[in-house]
Design a protein. Structure first.
Length: 451
């Protein structure tokens, strides 16, 4: 739907009475019914779509006055992750840092933030027929109740932020979070991961940041919430925009964080060429990382036959499937595959030479880590989503519905594209037309609890 239209279509619906009325905006029923395929292959059984909710109305209902101009952008980006909320068809999701893009100026890319007042939010949704309904939303805030925003933290480490047209620099914000994975703890609080630090964030049931755990040596100051340097310092070498993206909660309560891409260790070229990234296990009880694992991507043309650039490989979701077992999503923007791994003690590399950034060659530089003695996690392919008709691109969230069904959610980037054509002459969004969808996929053999 065109963002230029002043009469954006809406259909009234009833929502929980605790929601502000502006969040009861209509959802456009744009879902499609899945065809009935063969029962011996993975197939889509339902697709539901989030309709148009103006981003300014959504944000200002949570934090009044936070957005003065949404530039025609609708609520999106909630596909950063998806986590079951308890009731059938209901899930917790989380936005990322908000609408952002890139524009080249004098041959160099600038990171744009068209709605700089946007605040990351935890969004509760319900899949109802072919619609995705917003049931509730919780803004992520500082200790004093202010927006954390999605703006970068540190000059020289993070990309410099600019306005929508890349002409005017915006201020950095040490409170800013590029939120990604989400799980909910038994006490009702949430755990999120962030790409900037990278960091692990404990958030109250009301959205207040209780503690942000960052790598040792980050020296992040000026925040309006507690920051604890509890993560390995080697994570300081994360690629820009490729920090933590996946988060899982094991039955014991431990958390597993997935680094989206290999570290830039010792440099960016090594990181771009590497197929080895890292998973970290964190104990909320001990408030410490207790294990680290080397995870090896398949070759990029195996994950995505249309791609030949290894740096396009990413982990965007990890899902606990019992005990110490995880589903790990390897993806490019066009394709994704889910692998089953077991987090055994024998695979723990925490505190060893691979956490020392002076080790040469680095873990990321090893052409065959297993042959070099690194206990790389074993894995087994569960499903190649790239071969499943009806699965959209850029799947960033995966939830297990039952033994043989998965719920997938995509990141639609708030309908934004890169380049000068992202906005018209009046500074209004030229929408990409990509919608946020929740897609259910049936696996004929289910998820077997063995790698």
């Amino acid at each position: 739907m065109s963002p230029h239209a002043t009469d954006r279509r809406r259909v009234n619906r009833s929502v929980a009475t605790c929601l502000p009325l502006v969040l009861a905006a209509a959802l456009v029923a744009a879902g499609t019914a899945a065809a009935a395929p063969s029962g011996d292959t993975a197939h889509v059984i339902r697709t539901a779509t989030l309709g148009d909710i103006p981003l300014g109305a959504f944000s200002n209902a949570l934090l009044p006055g936070s957005v003065d101009d949404d530039r025609g952008v609708d609520l999106g980006g909630i596909g950063s992750d998806i986590y079951p909320a308890g009731r059938k068809g209901e899930y917790w999701t989380v936005t990322d840092r908000g609408p952002n893009g890139q524009i080249k100026v004098d041959g160099k890319k600038r990171r744009t933030f068209p709605v700089p007042g946007f605040d990351p939010a935890i969004v509760k949704i319900r899949v109802s027929g072919d619609r995705v309904e917003v049931l509730d939303a919780i803004p992520v805030t500082t200790s004093s109740g202010k927006a954390v925003t999605g703006l970068p933290n540190l000059r020289g480490r993070d990309e410099a932020p600019y306005t929508y047209d890349a002409k005017t620099a915006l201020p950095y914000n040490p409170n800013g979070l590029d939120t990604e994975g989400i799980v909910r703890a038994g006490d009702g609080s949430f755990w999120l991961v962030d790409e900037y630090g990278p960091s692990l964030i404990h958030v109250s049931a009301r959205g207040e940041v209780l503690t942000r755990y960052v790598p040792k040596g980050l020296n992040l100051t000026g925040t309006d919430y507690p920051v604890v340097e509890a993560l390995p310092s080697v994570l300081l070498h994360r690629k820009i925009n490729r920090g933590f993206e996946g988060l899982a909660q094991l039955p014991c309560g431990d958390l597993v964080m997935a680094l989206q891409s290999p570290l830039s260790l010792p440099d960016a070229n090594a990181g771009d060429a590497s197929r080895t990234t890292r998973l970290l296990r964190f104990s909320p009880k001990k408030k410490a990382v207790t294990a680290e694992y080397a995870y090896r991507f398949d070759p990029v043309n195996v994950v995505d036959p249309s791609e030949d650039d290894t740096s396009e490989l990413k982990i965007s979701s990890v899902v606990a499937v019992g005990g110490d077992r995880l589903l790990v999503e390897e993806r490019t923007d066009k394709a994704a595959r889910l692998q089953l791994v077991k987090l055994g003690r024998e695979a723990d590399i925490l505190g060893g030479p691979w956490d020392d950034d002076t080790t040469s060659p680095s873990l990321e530089q090893l052409a065959d880590p297993a042959a070099a003695g690194v206990p790389v996690l074993g894995k087994r392919l569960v499903v190649d989503l790239g071969t499943v008709s009806g699965v959209p691109g850029k799947i960033e969230g995966v939830a297990r519905v039952d033994h043989d069904t998965l719920a997938l959610i995509n990141d639609n980037d708030f309908g934004m594209t890169d380049g000068t054509g992202a906005f018209d002459a009046q500074g209004r969004l030229v929408d990409s037309g990509i919608e946020t969808t929740v897609t259910y996929v049936r696996l004929p053999e289910g998820v077997q609890d063995r790698p």
